[in-house]
Ligand binder design. Structure first.
Ligand code: DLL
Length: 436
């Protein structure tokens, strides 16, 4: 029989029992950090809090926050809570934006991380009958390693493709009958586009589900990917700091991701004041690891903006859900005084019938912000006359203005002229940052 849950005893635990488990683990985790991480001990000392002040989840607010700048200051070993001789793995972000994060794992940490990814795979209907094609990048990036490990734990036949070489991906997918695809949503969209370019349809492949994350993506994009690959597309969330993918995962309800609360305690705070907000409020997601050995993090500010909901889910899981992050607070652009997230623009583009192939360029000219959005025409729109294209550009600009409150300049460009992504897509170039 198909398993509905990878670890039912946790995934369907009553909220009261989860809270009790979290409280017990939190007390231990705080002590572990205080005794082994001088950097965080100094923060606690400064805040006047000791492990004896932490009796359970209700005392979490007493602990100081940890931020990206702390990670930078403590790079590379300052937050390590175990001797290197007990660590078996390092993963890292690419660090292209100057924010390299290095995370360490004991074997126990790797096992728990892979279990989290296994829960995500089973939640999409995955089992030992499946062939799981992992097209996240392998290497320092956590996507490949995490889903690879999760796939093994479920017992899927694992196809460690890594990203890139898209036609070969499709060839293997067909020859080896892959049923689950794991990659970034922008790469999934590209695979869908390539399938069509190869003269194939979803009927020519056996995929049934996709596990896509590592970057923000909209509901509209989900719909497009599902159509182009003939699958159900599920979201998965995580960050290098917390191990990698699998902190939260989507189930059959496809309306938010269940957080693996036995390993991660989530809070939402006001990003400006640090005040803890009630459930249902939009704010910055903060995570406390509960049972990590090598790289535990207490009250880590992710900068991701989302909402937490604890309600009965049709899948039977009791784990709290997070909404799709609409982007990092540092992805938010302030253009002519207005807050703009790239995901808002993507929503309009897809609703207006374009694909998610676009580039947003922001600049400042004569002290005034400019917003230029290049969007690819679809092949059937490309035959339009110049006049038709101008009308389209105006219509799209008006729809974006309605969403954002500011007017962009829209440039419709020829199909396939915007570079495709095999990993995380780069959709914004903010030239103002280059001038500063
Ligand atoms: O992206 C880990 C990951 C790999 C998650 C594969 C899911 C699948 P980092 O490179 O450290 O780790 O980037 C973490 O990516 O803080 C979010 O801003 C963003 N992110 C991750 N998952 C999602 C998602 C991996 N499902 C950063 N939706 C996070 C939106 C996401 N943003």
């Amino acid at each position: 029989m198909l398993k509905r849950y990878f670890q039912p005893e946790i995934e369907t635990m009553s909220p009261e029992d989860i809270k009790a488990l979290q409280s017990k683990l939190l007390v231990q985790q705080v002590r572990h950090v205080y005794e082994n991480v001088a950097y965080y001990r100094a923060k606690m000392d400064e805040a006047g809090v000791t492990p004896d002040d932490i009796h359970g989840v209700e005392d979490l607010y007493k602990l100081p926050f940890l931020s990206k700048s702390d990670l930078r200051d403590a790079y590379p070993y300052g937050l390590l809570a175990k001797p290197l001789s007990e660590c078996v793995r390092i993963q890292s972000t690419s660090g292209t934006t100057g924010r390299r994060v290095v995370s360490f794992y004991t074997q126990h940490d790797v096992d728990l991380w892979e279990e989290c990814c296994a829960r995500a795979i089973v939640a999409t209907g995955g089992s030992s009958e499946d062939v799981c094609q992992v097209a996240y990048g392998y290497g320092l990036f956590t996507g490949g390693a995490g889903l690879n490990g999760g796939s093994h734990k479920v017992g899927c036949l694992t196809l460690p493709m890594s990203s890139g070489n898209t036609e070969r991906q499709i060839q293997f997918m067909r020859d080896l009958h892959s049923t689950i695809l794991c990659c970034t949503p922008s790469y999934a969209a590209y695979i869908g586009e390539t399938l069509k370019d190869m003269g194939l349809t979803p009927d020519d492949i056996d995929l049934k589900a996709g596990i896509f994350g590592a970057e923000p993506w909209t509901e509209e994009m989900r719909h497009d990917i599902e159509k182009s690959l003939g699958i159900k597309a599920y979201d998965i969330y995580g960050l290098t700091e917390t191990s990698g993918p699998g902190v939260a995962f989507e189930c059959e309800a496809q309306d938010g991701m269940h957080i693996n609360e036995d390993h991660f305690l989530a809070e939402i705070i006001d990003p400006d004041t640090g005040e803890v907000l009630p459930e249902g409020s939009k704010g910055e997601l903060v995570f406390t690891s509960l049972d990590k050995e090598a790289f535990p993090l207490l009250r880590y500010r992710t900068r991701d903006i989302c909402v937490l909901h604890r309600e009965k889910c049709s899948c039977g899981r009791t784990l709290i859900k997070m909404s799709k992050p609409m982007g990092r607070s540092d992805d938010m652009m302030i253009i002519r005084g207005v807050n703009v997230f790239p995901s808002q623009i993507e929503t309009v583009l897809l609703k207006e019938g374009y694909a998610a192939n676009y580039l947003i360029e922001v600049d400042r000219v004569h002290n005034s912000d400019t917003l230029d959005i290049s969007v690819e025409l679809l092949p059937d729109q490309f035959s339009d006359t110049m006049r038709d294209i101008e009308i389209r550009e105006k219509k799209l600009a008006a729809a974006i203005k309605t969403m954002l409150g500011i007017s962009p300049k829209v440039h419709l460009v020829s199909p396939k002229s915007i570079a495709r992504s095999e990993g995380k897509a780069v959709r914004v170039i903010d030239k103002r940052k280059l001038h500063d």
